[in-house]
Design a protein around this ligand. Structure first.
Ligand SMILES: [Cu+2]
Length: 117
């Protein structure tokens, strides 16, 4: 009987650890290549959003979140080819842009829309 009680305690402790993790939204996966973002349209819920940005291209890229006025809300300076970055941003509802600001890249197509609801 003692052993069963111990098992229940272990299970409850496990639940206590796992439950907050289940409540957090999964990271948003974003891939940078020359010269685009995949996906090109991202939609997330307002609050803390974690982006998992992977550079699958052959040149350096970066990751910038801009509000509609072009104000930079979050920036990762540099992500080298084959590398990734985890970025957490707190976002209110609205429309934003995910951009790579390495010179010429935005113009070449590295802009994604970010809709926060
Ligand atoms: Cu780029």
């Amino acid at each position: 009987m003692h052993r069963l009680f111990g098992l229940v305690v272990v299970l409850l402790a496990g639940l206590a650890i796992v439950t907050p993790l289940l409540g957090a939204p999964a990271p948003v996966a974003l891939t940078a290549t020359e010269f685009k973002w995949a996906p090109k349209d991202v939609s997330v819920a307002a609050g803390d959003v974690t982006f998992n940005v992977v550079n699958k291209g052959t040149v350096e890229h970066n990751f910038v979140v801009e509000d509609p006025k072009g104000k930079v809300l979050k920036e990762v300076d540099s992500i080298q080819p084959g590398k990734s970055a985890q970025v957490k941003v707190n976002l209110k509802a609205g429309k934003y842009a995910i951009v790579c600001t390495v010179p010429g890249h935005r113009e070449a197509g590295m802009v994604a829309t970010l809709t926060v609801k």
